[in-house]
Design a protein around this ligand. Structure first.
Ligand code: ADP
Ligand code: MG
Ligand code: MG
Length: 499
């Protein structure tokens, strides 16, 4: 068969600009970001209680090329993923086995063990709220094809807690559309068309999930609780959700840290309704904290988490849904028959196959010959523990020394994953506020990670799962960095140019 369709050349991106054009685009970009709430709090410690200034989020000047076919594949997969993770979170036997503190990862990983044990105690007592809400983000990289084959879509991970940057990614997509509208990017890439900039309505979509939980709870005057980190800089991403809840759904939000909640919340002794500050009932608890051990410096923060879990409020996520997002679960899902176990007869075989095709090879370090295998192909691997938020993985040449020092018992807490190899040579111009090069953009070779957002409301008597795919995100990092967290400072917010 002849391949008459001309293929996008990734190594020819970004188009060439003159210095003047780049400077003009940088000015348009930063002023647009500052005008439209594409913002971060400045890096000040401690953060003032009442902020008086903000900086624009780190940005790319151009959107990043992404094959149209793989973009729609990623969005299509999200519906299956929403259902899959809802099913995992309600499969107690599976979570006990994989993540529990008796047989599973919780035995050797203290953080997972604490969460699981708290959940187990509450289960033994009896829960009063069956419903759970997930606001998810499934992350992908392009995997370059061999022998001139087109790239494929490969999953990095699936997030079930604090999936961030929905609101800011919507604004980044709008920024790129604006730069195109106002400058036509100086005609540097004449093939660019308006329809190559896909719509991004992630804020409304995520909020629809929160509003669905709130209305399922169905108590007049109830509010939604955002559990947040002290010193958080990514507050605007969260505030946009808050404004949307109020403006579109007339739902009020209370924001508090674990430490504030320790003294502000109580449970109604008969109904276990979650009551805050002496009077207001909470319908839904949305966690933008609690995903990392540093959010629990003492036993008090765990107590607060378990008090929230014990309440009648709907949790986003519940502890089991947080545990379902573990890397160990992602790896165990690759075992034969696992997907079928969760998706039963509901999802057609072809759709299950599509999902499976989006995975890299993974195994547990505690498996037979798991460590030997990891040593022998270390340069093609990343090792991951059960952690979120970036900065926890071990890559390539660092693997042998790491494995040397890893006590055999702790192997159970780690998975090995083959590295996804994105197409080489793609670049972009990156703009970061507050650095030496603050007033200009830096050209760099980059890797772009696509995230697809979705929500699911589930756990009721009928076993039904309400779910929706709601939008997307692109984060772009310099090629030399293994990791790509915007919040951890390694990457910038970006959007998609469909090619
Ligand atoms: P976290 O939950 O901390 O975000 P991730 O699994 O997303 O953990 O890993 C962090 C980053 O490491 C990713 O954003 C990506 O840049 C890189 N990474 C993770 N897995 C792979 C992989 N298999 N191939 C290439 N890069 C990866
Ligand atoms: Mg990640
Ligand atoms: Mg993650």
């Amino acid at each position: 068969m002849s391949t008459s369709v001309s293929r996008f050349v990734f190594s020819e991106w970004p188009p060439t600009l003159t210095d003047d054009q780049l400077q003009a685009l940088t000015l348009y970009a930063t002023t647009y970001a500052l005008s439209h709430g594409l913002l971060y709090l400045p890096p000040i410690k401690p953060q003032p209680r009442v902020p008086i200034s903000a900086i624009h989020a780190p940005l790319s000047v151009f959107p990043s090329p992404f094959p149209r076919r793989l973009f729609s594949l990623a969005r299509r997969l999200q519906n299956t993923y929403n259902l899959l993770y809802a099913r995992i979170a309600t499969d107690v036997e599976f979570l006990d086995k994989v993540m529990g503190a008796v047989d599973g990862v919780g035995k050797v990983d203290d953080f997972v063990g604490q969460l699981w044990t708290g959940w187990k105690n509450l289960r033994d007592e009896g829960m009063v709220q069956p419903l759970q809400l997930g606001l998810f983000r499934s992350d992908y990289l392009l995997h370059a094809g061999l022998n001139d084959e087109p790239p494929t879509l490969k999953q990095v991970e699936f997030n079930t807690i604090s999936s961030s940057f929905g609101a800011l990614s919507e604004r980044t997509a709008a920024l790129h559309r604006y730069l195109y509208a106002t400058t036509n990017y100086y005609n540097a890439y004449p093939a660019m068309q308006p329809e190559d900039f896909p719509a991004n309505h992630t804020t409304a979509g995520l909020v629809e999930g929160l509003a669905a939980a709130h209305s399922a709870y169905n108590v007049d005057g109830a509010k939604i609780l955002f559990v947040v980190q002290d010193g958080e800089r990514n507050v605007f991403d969260q505030r946009w959700l808050e404004y949307e809840l109020l403006e579109k759904h007339s739902i009020h939000v209370v924001r508090e840290t674990f430490d504030q909640l320790a003294t502000s919340v109580s449970l109604d002794p008969t109904t276990r309704a979650l009551i805050i500050s002496g009077g207001t009932e909470i319908s839904t608890v949305y966690f933008r904290a609690g995903y990392t051990p540093t959010d629990y410096p003492t036993a008090a923060q765990y107590s607060t988490r378990f008090l929230l879990e014990r309440s009648k409020a709907i949790k986003c996520p519940s502890i089991p849904l947080q545990l379902a997002g573990g890397k160990k679960v992602q790896q165990v899902l690759t075992h034969p028959g696992m997907l079928e176990r969760f998706l039963r007869d509901e999802v057609p075989e072809a759709q299950i196959a599509e999902l499976r095709d989006s995975w890299m090879t993974m195994w547990g370090l505690d498996e037979d010959r798991g460590v030997e295998k990891a040593l022998s192909m270390a340069h093609q691997l990343v090792l991951k523990p059960q952690r979120e938020g970036g900065g926890n993985n071990v890559y390539k040449e660092a693997i042998p020394a790491f494995l040397d020092g890893l006590p055999p018992l702790e192997r159970q807490a780690w998975i090995a994953m083959e590295l996804i190899m994105p197409p080489e040579g793609t670049g972009n111009y990156l703009v970061r506020a507050g650095s030496e090069e603050a007033q200009s953009s830096v050209k760099a070779e980059v890797i772009s990670e696509l995230g697809i957002f979705g929500w699911a409301l589930f756990g009721g008597q009928d076993g039904g799962v309400r779910e929706k795919e709601v939008g997307w995100l692109v984060r772009t990092k310099g090629k030399e960095s293994n990791e790509g967290g915007v919040a951890t400072g390694f990457s910038v917010l970006d959007s998609v140019l469909l090619v």
